[in-house]
Ligand binder design. Structure first.
Ligand code: IMP
Ligand code: ZN
Length: 354
């Protein structure tokens, strides 16, 4: 089997995918045409701004998110995008997906609770239709302030005791424009989240930010690192920072296309996957925003494999790393591991020599 087909066939685990950043062209077009009658000018400008897959600065990426949010600002759209995104990951042979999203309160349209209820209901429906297990992380957007973060945590806590949605809510994500706010202000919220049993995935060192990153890591609250682009010494990270990550053995969620297309990494061969792989540190390949960066999890595996000459064994280990780093209870994790291992065994020896 050729490498790209092989990557498509791998039983994959996706741990870092933002819902609104994961919209396919088909879904965006569906939403835009629903609005076409209402506002033609809006449609034209949105199409230009969203133009996917392009190299842009991190700031420009956040402008794209603003446009995307303006077309998903109602419950009907939220239901559509949740179902579409989950089905697309399932079609890419993703066996387990941790989807993250920022609950939003939009006056006269939806409360944060209605937003999340809709996402969770659509998730339950999508799981019935496809062979995929999905969990949700509620995102705290560092640009929205600490009050907003407290209310997101409150919402997550309410779900923990919910019969149907409880098992689907596994933790919190901290994301948003890394140039906005200071993560140390969010520590009390995250401490409370940990006390409630919520796992924490935090975007760290997406831009150079040693002090903030060290503060977060030394708090002992972080379960997984998103990106971690500027942690390793080759990218200017301090020895202390590198040592803390190694000591805590924290899995890194790596998103190659996202980093290249948003300009924080020069090219694939400069990506920190190479550094951490040499260190034998746990890393998981992820998409971040498959719509905005025009990619899929299979293509990210392919890009990583081509760039760093990954063997069949390396690719299998990457799939299993995803299982190990998942925010699932132990029993479910073991079940997932068995399923993934079974599929991996059936693929052994099928990769054509590169
Ligand atoms: P949502 O949370 O479903 O609305 O997904 C989009 C949001 O995810 C954006 O508005 C950001 O807050 C966050 N996000 C997506 N990609 C990134 C990233 O690379 N860095 C930081 N935050 C991100
Ligand atoms: Zn992200």
């Amino acid at each position: 089997m050729e490498l790209l087909d092989y990557c498509r066939s791998l039983p994959k685990v996706e741990l870092h995918a933002h819902l609104n950043g994961s919209l396919s062209d088909a879904t965006v077009l569906k939403l835009l045409s629903a609005r076409e009658q209402q506002d033609g000018d809006f449609l034209a400008s949105a199409e230009v701004t969203i133009k996917r897959g392009h190299q842009r600065t991190l700031e420009e990426c956040f402008q794209v998110f603003r446009i995307l949010h303006s077309i998903t600002d109602n419950l009907e759209a939220m239901q559509t995008i949740t179902q579409d995104v989950i089905q697309e990951f399932a079609a890419d042979n993703v066996k387990y997906l941790e989807l993250r999203t920022t609950p939003k309160n939009i006056p006269n349209k939806m409360t944060k609770k209605e937003y999340m209820d809709t996402v969770l209901e659509a998730t339950v429906e999508a799981m019935k239709k496809s062979n995929i297990r999905v969990c949700l992380l509620l995102s705290i957007d560092r640009a929205r302030g600490v009050e907003d973060a407290w209310s997101t945590l409150q919402l997550a806590k309410e779900y923990l005791t919910h019969d149907v949605f409880g098992p689907l809510v596994c933790g919190l994500d901290v994301s948003g424009n890394p140039h906005s706010g200071d993560l140390k202000d969010y520590l009390p919220v995250l401490q409370e989240a940990q006390k409630c049993g919520l796992k924490l995935a935090v975007h760290l060192a997406e831009v150079s930010s040693d002090t903030e990153t060290l503060t977060m890591l030394n708090s002992g609250l972080v379960d997984r690192i998103g990106h971690g682009t500027f942690i390793h010494p080759d990218a200017g990270g301090s020895k202390e920072l590198h040592a803390v990550v190694r000591k805590q053995n924290l899995p890194l969620e790596l998103c190659i296309s996202s980093n290249i297309k948003s300009g924080t990494v020069k090219s694939a061969c400069h990506h920190h996957l190479g550094f951490w792989k040499k260190e034998n540190h746990p890393v998981v390949i992820c998409t971040d925003d498959k719509g905005v960066f025009s990619t899929s999890l299979s293509e990210e595996f392919y890009l990583g494999a081509q760039t760093f000459h990954l063997s069949e064994g390396d690719l299998h280990s990457l799939c299993l790393n995803g299982v190990d780093a998942a925010f699932l209870p132990q029993v479910e994790k073991q079940k997932l591991r068995q399923e993934v291992q079974k599929d991996l065994d059936s693929l052994k020896g099928k990769l054509t020599c590169q």
